[in-house]
Design a binder for this molecule. Structure first.
Ligand code: FPP
Length: 244
């Protein structure tokens, strides 16, 4: 494994539906298989020394899916939390959600909120689920919150800069880890789909042809190897030996 481990890895877990349909199953079967892959990937990320892992579980656009599919996704998420929270806690993992958490149903919040609270003192892997997340919405919200702070006299418009904007994003809770080093997307699509547009400004991208239910710890290691072989110049001229 390469010495250059990205600090923050973000994964677009795409292709559950196609994976299932190609095998003659219903789309929800793909979500079931996809969810079953999440734990081993978190564990592997932790073992590899990744500091922050952000998983795109549900976008602002995903609300338009049929009710039946949505209900399965939420049930799977609740089941994951109930079943795996003890292991996450034992491994010192901190859990957060980025996105419109206020849109989630009370039944989801009833499990999610105590889970986040229980892991809130943990100092190991910083795990974030992006749920009801959209980057444009995050940026618009940041602008609105900053304007409100200006109205209240807490900020002045001339104080706005890149660092200040970052403080109003959902990812601000990650502090110096809020910038993403590596974005991985499964399913063969080569798009960012409204995910961490600001935070991934200098990220490397690895697009994989396999669908999320086929993702394994080995696949994660492969993506990290590809990352390790890339040269990150951040717009400058440093070519070798950049440790990130
Ligand atoms: C993308 O596949 C996947 C989703 C929109 C939902 C992902 C949700 C989970 C894996 C369950 C959540 C559980 C946890 C623990 C986070 P797709 O349905 O967009 O696939 P397609 O592009 O082939 O239609």
């Amino acid at each position: 494994m390469s010495e250059r481990i990205p600090k923050h890895v973000a994964i677009i877990m795409d292709g559950n539906g196609r994976w299932a349909e190609r095998r003659g199953h219903t789309r929800v079967f793909g979500h079931i298989r996809g969810t079953s892959k999440v734990k081993s990937v978190i564990r592997e990320a932790d073992h590899l020394g990744i500091k922050a892992l952000t998983l795109y579980a549900f976008s602002t656009e995903n609300w338009t899916r049929p009710d039946g599919e949505l209900s399965v996704i939420w049930k799977l998420f609740i089941k994951f939390l109930k079943r795996d929270i003890d292991e996450l806690h034992r491994n010192n993992v901190r859990l957060r959600v980025i996105g419109e958490v206020e849109r989630l149903a009370p039944a989801v919040r009833a499990v999610l909120d105590p889970s986040i609270e229980r892991l809130s003192k943990n100092t190991g892997l910083q795990l974030s689920f992006a749920i009801s997340y959209g980057s444009r919405r995050e940026l618009a919200r940041a602008a609105r919150l900053f304007a409100l702070d200006c109205e209240k006299g807490l900020r002045k418009p001339e104080e706005m800069n890149e660092q200040v904007l970052g403080e109003y994003l959902w990812t601000s809770v990650l502090g110096e880890l809020s910038d993403v080093d590596l974005v991985i997307r499964t399913s063969g699509e080569k798009r960012i789909s409204n995910f961490l547009l600001w935070q991934a400004a200098y990220a490397e991208f690895v697009f994989l042809d396999l669908c999320w239910p086929d993702f394994t710890p080995e696949v994660l290691r492969g993506a990290l190897q590809e990352y390790g072989a890339r040269e990150r110049r951040f717009g400058g001229l440093i070519i070798k030996g950049v440790s990130s």
